[in-house]
Design a protein around this ligand. Structure first.
Ligand code: SAM
Length: 505
C-alpha cells in the first residue's frame, strides 16, 4: 500500500534549495571532512571526519551540522541548522528526530539518511535518501525487514556496467533509494522505477524530488507494475541473496523465492518487457548445483530469441557465502550465528547448492535466428566503467557474424586503448609472445601470433581486411587463402570482443 510522501512538494523544494545554499554537495563535504575523514567513513568510523569538521569543539555551521547528522550519524544542535534547513518539516517527516535536551540546547539526530551523491563515471549527481547505514561506528543495529539500502558497492557496480546510450524508456526494477534512476534519467527520456517495498518508494520519491526528476514510481513485485509495457533498457540488482525461508526476511536483499528463483524470474520474465533490441542488465547471484553445469542451467532462463551473456566475476563456496551474508545482517559474534549458519548449510544441502556464482547478466532481445549465448568466468580486473564496452556488444556481434565476403570487404580501425606487448628471451631474434591487450573495458587480451598481430596492427581504416590479410601473407610468404582460413575465426572473436571498429562504407 502506497505510503504518504515524506515531504510535501513545497517542503521538498525548500529542502533542495537549502541543501544547495549550505553547499551540502559531494565536493564541499569531501573537502570539509578531509582525506582521513573520508577513509574513516569507508571503514564505517566517524571520528576522523568529526575531528576534521569541528576540531573537537562544539561550534558548528549548518554544513558541519548536516554532515554530522547524516554522514556521521552524530547529534547536532538544532541551533546550527535553524533557519538554514526546514527543521520542522524534517522533524515532522522523521528525517530528523529530537534528542533529550541535556542543557546544551536541543540536539537532533538523523532518522533517515540524506547524502550527496556524485558519480565520476557519467556525472550523475544530487542527493540520495535512504535508511541509515547499520553498524556504523561498531554500534550494533538490527535492521527492520523493510530497510531501504543507500548507495552500496553493488549499486555502484551496476551503474558502472550499465550501457549509457541515449534511449527512450528505461525501467529501474527494485529501485530502493532510487540511485539507478538518477543515472538512467541522464540518458533515457522516460524512467519507470518499481519496488515491492512501499518504504523504498517513499524514500525514492524524496530522492527524485530533491533531484528535480520526473520518475514514474510504482509499487509491486518484478514485472507486475509494468504488465503490458516494454523498455529499451531494464536495470536491476534484485534481492538476490539465497537464504533459508525466514519471517525476518530482509526485503532489500532476500526474495521469497527458493534458491536463485528470483534472479531466474527476472531473466525469464524480461523478454516481453523489452522492445526489439532492448536489453536487461542484472547484477546477481546464481546457484552452482551439484552435478549440473551452471552455464546450461542459466541458458534455459533466456527466451529463445534473446542473446544472453553472463560474466561470472566471483565464485564463493557455500560457507564463504553464508558467512558474508550473516555478517551483513549484523549477526557476527551474535548468539544466533551458529544456529543460523547451520540452518543455511542445511538449506543449501537440500537444494544441492555447492557454490554461488556472482556477476553480471545481460539479456538482449536481439531476435537473431541463432542468438548469441556466452557464459564466461572473468574474475580479472576490469577498467570501470565497463558500460561503454558492454554497450557496443550488439553492434560488434553483428559485425563479427558478417558473411565472409562482407567481412573481408570491410575496413576497420583498432579500437581505443589497445596496446601490443611483446615478450621473449633477451637478445632473441623475435618475440616469443605477442599479446594485444585492451586497456579499457573488460581488459581482454589476445595471445596473437605474428600474422594476427600484423593484421590487427595494420587496421588503420585504409585497406579492407581482405587486402590486409593478402599483404601479410606476402610478407610472411604463406598462401593467402590458407592464412584467411586460419585467421578468420580469431578475427571474428577480436571483433566480437571490441578490439576493432568497423568503418561504415
Ligand atoms: C539490493 S536492493 C537494490 C536497490 C537499488 N536498485 C540499488 O542499486 O542500490 C534491491 C531492491 O529490490 C527491492 N525488491 C525486493 N523484492 C522485490 C520484488 N519482488 N520486486 C521488485 N523489487 C523488489 C527491494 O525492496 C530493494 O529496494
Amino acid at each position: 500500500m502506497a505510503l504518504d510522501p515524506l515531504l510535501s512538494p513545497d517542503d521538498a523544494q525548500r529542502l533542495h534549495e537549502s541543501l544547495l545554499a549550505i553547499d551540502y554537495t559531494t565536493d564541499a563535504v569531501l573537502e570539509r571532512i578531509g582525506e582521513e575523514g573520508q577513509a574513516g567513513l569507508h571503514r564505517n568510523i566517524s571520528l576522523p571526519a568529526d575531528l576534521a569538521l569541528t576540531g573537537g569543539t562544539s561550534t558548528m555551521d549548518a554544513l558541519a551540522a548536516a554532515i554530522r547528522l547524516w554522514l556521521l550519524q552524530r547529534p547536532a544542535p538544532r541551533s546550527a541548522i535553524e533557519g538554514a534547513l526546514p527543521v520542522d518539516a524534517l522533524l515532522g517527516a522523521g528525517i530528523l528526530q529530537a534528542e533529550n535536551d541535556q542543557g546544551e540546547g536541543e540536539q537532533l539526530v538523523a532518522g533517515i539518511d540524506i547524502r550527496p551523491y556524485g558519480s565520476p563515471d557519467d556525472g550523475a549527481s544530487g542527493w540520495l535518501v535512504s535508511d541509515l547505514t547499520p553498524g556504523f561506528d561498531h554500534r550494533p543495529v538490527t535492521i527492520g525487514p523493510d530497510y531501504v539500502l543507500g548507495a552500496s558497492p553493488a549499486s555502484t557496480t551496476l551503474a558502472q556496467v550499465t550501457m549509457r546510450q541515449p534511449i527512450g524508456r528505461a525501467l529501474d526494477l527494485g529501485t530502493g533509494c532510487g540511485i539507478q534512476s538518477l543515472h538512467l534519467a541522464r540518458h533515457a527520456t522516460k524512467v519507470v522505477a518499481t519496488d515491492l517495498n512501499p518504504r523504498a518508494l517513499q524514500l525514492a520519491r524524496l530522492t527524485m524530488q530533491l533531484n528535480g526528476l520526473d520518475v514514474d514510481l510504482r509499487e509491486g513485485s518484478l514485472y507486475e507494475p509494468v504488465t503490458s509495457e516494454a523498455f529499451d533498457l531494464i536495470v536491476t540488482n534484485p534481492p538476490y541473496v539465497m537464504s533459508p525461508p525466514s519471517p525476518e526476511r530482509l526485503v532489500y536483499r532476500e526474495g521469497s523465492f527458493e534458491g536463485d528463483g528470483l534472479v531466474r524470474a527476472v531473466i525469464s520474465g524480461a523478454r516481453d518487457h523489452l522492445t526489439p533490441g532492448g536489453t536487461l542488465q542484472v547484477l546477481g547471484n546464481w546457484a552452482i548445483l551439484r552435478d549440473q553445469p551452471w552455464q546450461g542451467r542459466l541458458d534455459a532462463w533466456a527466451a529463445p530469441d534473446c542473446d544472453f551473456w553472463v560474466i561470472e566475476r566471483e565464485r564463493l563456496s557455500t560457507f564463504e557465502y553464508i558467512e558474508m551474508w550473516l555478517t551483513d545482517a549484523g549477526l557476527h559474534q551474535s548468539p544466533q550465528w551458529e544456529q543460523k549458519y547451520r540452518e543455511w548449510v542445511d538449506y543449501f544441502d537440500r537444494l544441492g547448492i555447492i557454490g554461488v556464482g556472482m556477476g553480471w547478466l545481460t539479456l538482449t532481445r536481439s531476435e537473431r535466428d541463432n542468438p548469441e549465448r556466452r557464459y564466461e568466468e572473468w574474475p580479472w580486473a576490469v577498467e570501470q566503467p565497463v558500460g561503454p564496452a558492454i554497450g557496443r556488444t550488439q553492434q560488434d556481434l553483428t559485425t563479427a557474424r558478417l558473411p565472409r565476403p562482407d567481412l573481408l570487404a570491410s575496413t576497420f580501425t583498432l579500437a581505443d586503448h589497445i596496446v601490443e606487448e611483446s615478450t621473449g628471451a633477451p637478445g632473441a631474434a623475435g618475440p616469443e609472445h605477442i599479446v594485444i591487450r585492451q586497456n579499457s573495458g573488460l581488459r581482454r587480451a589476445i595471445d596473437a601470433g605474428t600474422a594476427l598481430a600484423a593484421v590487427l596492427g595494420a587496421c588503420d581504416g585504409d585497406l579492407t581486411l581482405g587486402a590486409i590479410i593478402n599483404a601479410v601473407s606476402q610478407l610472411l610468404e604463406v598462401d593467402a587463402e590458407d592464412l584467411t582460413l586460419e585467421l578468420e575465426p580469431r578475427l571474428r572473436e577480436a571483433i566480437r570482443d571490441g578490439f576493432l571498429n568497423r568503418i561504415d562504407s
